[in-house]
Design a protein around this ligand. Structure first.
Ligand SMILES: NC(=O)c1ccc[n+]([C@@H]2O[C@H](COP(=O)([O-])OP(=O)(O)OC[C@H]3O[C@@H](n4cnc5c(N)ncnc54)[C@H](O)[C@@H]3O)[C@@H](O)[C@H]2O)c1
Ligand SMILES: O=C(O)[C@H](O)COP(=O)(O)O
Length: 525
């Protein structure tokens, strides 16, 4: 039975889903050295932001097939290392959107009305009505940085509360911003005009310390900043200084450069509200993300695709389902051309022909690469790491299309240039979804792929087929089917044989010695 390690607190509903297919061990708060020790026995991990999945942990996780992040941000997982190792990384892109947006809104209102300090004051037996004069958010300007899922929900609610909305997001269209009632502006204008600034961006090299001393210097003295996105997008020292000097009016932070928050000047100010990364911590969101991610882990352990893998671009379950027969075709042809070419492959050209030319090419290219590398890498190559493995091996991938070729209902042509020469194969799907190899090295044939195959390039002359048949018979190899393809009579031809048995050692050399045979290749599909 598969084994899943749950290394952060996850809602029980997720554990129940995983238990349908796996032994689930819940071990939270493990130090990294302990995690490295136990990870080799696990097929899957499920976690939140509390576990750092470093490249050392990934390297030790030799059985790992999937890492599930019960939440959005995967910045605590070394995704490139997981990708290289063929491990699927999944998250729950929408499960906690509302929770995080509502936390940001709660922070904005808490800042405006001094809720945390007023609460503390009453609990200290005081009644300080004058001390806690607040500010209304109605008709104030909210600057939303990052107008994605969470930023959009915040904008929607803020608009309904009467706020004016500015937004900065270089990847969002004006139409989308208009729909949300936001005016897209540059950052400087957003900083200068906003009464409240709320961050809903990932942490990337571009967003690291986006709010720094210079940015803070551009804000109004009455401005308040909310960060329920990612620590490190604000320079915390610069923020503490700006608050100390009264350059801005307040800040509310849920996320920090280092978590848990260590020694920090941020604790010193009443007008800074701090929460311990609670954005996603609602009962509803925790059920959502647990179900979303546990289902994906269960599916992947059962050999099914994941619906929100962050490292298999373009291969969503819908695409997989629709394209499955073509992916199978691409893998088979990749495997075949790789074996025909042999040696080190330098270039793989994938040509989508006829009707196939108008479909999404990337999954087919990835499947072709997977097939091509499968002889060398066996089960180590999958849809996650195929492209990266090809790149690291110096295999150039070229995708082309030719809609004018009208054979079958679309066909796929692969050619591989290797250290031993160039070979090509073409294949198509029949109406029942069966695969046909329709061309090898430019010779038309029509054979289904089979486990063991023999291909010869020979002179088209009487007696040659008989000689190969007898030779195979003398080694007790049964021929299941045989076909010859030629371009001209008595010119060169290709023979494709499907065999019931593998070729015994030495037989291929014997075949190449038959008069008229130019080349022979044995293939296992
Ligand atoms: N505090 C929490 O507990 C909590 C909970 C959920 C999500 N989050 C975090 O909130 C953030 C937003 O999540 P989301 O689900 O809305 O993500 P999302 O991907 O839907 O939105 C992010 C937006 O940021 C924009 N963006 C990227 N780079 C930018 C840049 N340089 N400048 C401006 N905009 C940029 C993108 O175009 C996108 O629209 C993420 O960092 C996520 O990890 C935190
Ligand atoms: O990226 C996220 O989903 C949030 O930061 C939530 O993190 P958490 O699952 O650790 O609460």
């Amino acid at each position: 039975m598969a084994k899943v390690l749950v290394s952060d607190p996850i809602d029980q509903v997720g554990i129940d889903i995983l238990s349908q297919v796996a032994q689930v061990d819940v071990k939270t708060g493990l130090p990294p050295e302990e995690l490295v020790k136990i990870i080799p026995e696990y097929d899957a991990m499920m976690l939140r932001s509390g576990t750092r999945v470093t490249k050392e942990i990934i390297a030790a996780g030799t059985q790992l097939k999937i890492i599930g992040r019960a939440g959005v941000g995967v910045d605590n997982i070394d995704v490139p290392a997981a990708t290289r190792q063929g491990i699927v990384v999944v998250n729950s892109p929408e499960g906690n959107t509302i929770a995080a947006a509502e936390h940001a809104l709660a922070m904005m209102l808490s800042l405006s009305r001094h809720i945390p300090e007023a609460n503390q004051s009453v609990k200290n037996n005081k009644w300080e009505r004058k001390r806690f004069i607040g500010a209304e958010i109605y008709k104030k300007t909210l600057g939303v940085v990052g107008l994605g899922k969470i930023g959009s929900h915040v904008a929607n609610v803020a608009k309904s509360m009467g706020m004016k909305l500015l937004a900065y997001d270089p990847f969002i269209s004006k139409e989308r911003a208009d729909q949300l009632g936001c005016t897209l502006v540059d950052l400087d204008l957003l900083f200068a005009e906003s009464d409240y600034i709320t961050l809903h961006i990932p942490k990337t090299p571009e967003t690291t310390h986006l709010i720094n001393k210079e940015a803070l210097g551009k804000m109004k003295p009455t401005a308040r900043i909310i960060n329920c996105a990612r620590g490190g997008t604000i320079d915390e020292d610069a923020l503490a200084e700006a608050i100390a000097e009264g350059k801005i009016a307040g800040a509310a932070l849920d996320v920090f450069e280092e978590e848990p928050l260590g020694e920090s000047k941020l604790r010193n100010y009443d007008n800074i509200i701090l929460t311990p990364h609670l954005g996603a911590s609602t009962a509803e969101a925790q059920v959502n993300v647990a179900v979303d991610v546990a289902e994906q882990i269960r599916d992947v352990l059962l050999g099914l695709p994941a619906r929100s893998a962050v490292n298999i671009p373009g291969l969503t379950p819908d695409v997989m389902e629709k394209m499955r027969p073509y992916l199978q075709l691409a893998e088979t042809l990749g495997n075949l051309v790789g074996q025909l070419a042999g040696g080190r492959i330098e270039r793989l050209t994938v040509r989508l022909q006829g009707e196939l030319a108008s479909t999404k090419g990337q999954p087919i290219v990835v499947a072709s690469i997977k097939g091509l590398l499968s002889q060398a890498l066996r089960e180590r190559v999958n849809y996650v790491n195929a492209a990266i493995e090809a790149k690291e091996r110096g295999v150039r991938i070229i995708e082309t299309r030719d809609a004018s070729i009208r054979d079958y209902s679309g066909s796929l042509h692969l050619s591989a240039q290797g250290s031993l020469g160039e070979h090509s194969v073409t294949g198509a799907l029949l109406s029942d979804g069966e695969i046909r190899i329709t061309d090898v090295d430019g010779f038309p044939i029509n054979v289904p792929p089979s486990n063991y195959m023999l291909f010869t390039v020979h002179r088209d002359m009487p007696g040659i087929i008989g000689k190969i048949g007898s030779l195979l018979g003398s080694f007790n190899v049964n021929i299941a089917s045989m076909q010859v393809g030629r371009k001209i009579v008595r010119g060169d031809a290709v023979m494709a044989l499907s065999l019931d048995d593998p070729l015994p050692e030495g037989l291929l050399t014997e075949i190449t010695k038959v008069s008229g045979i130019r080349d022979a290749y044995t293939v296992k599909l």
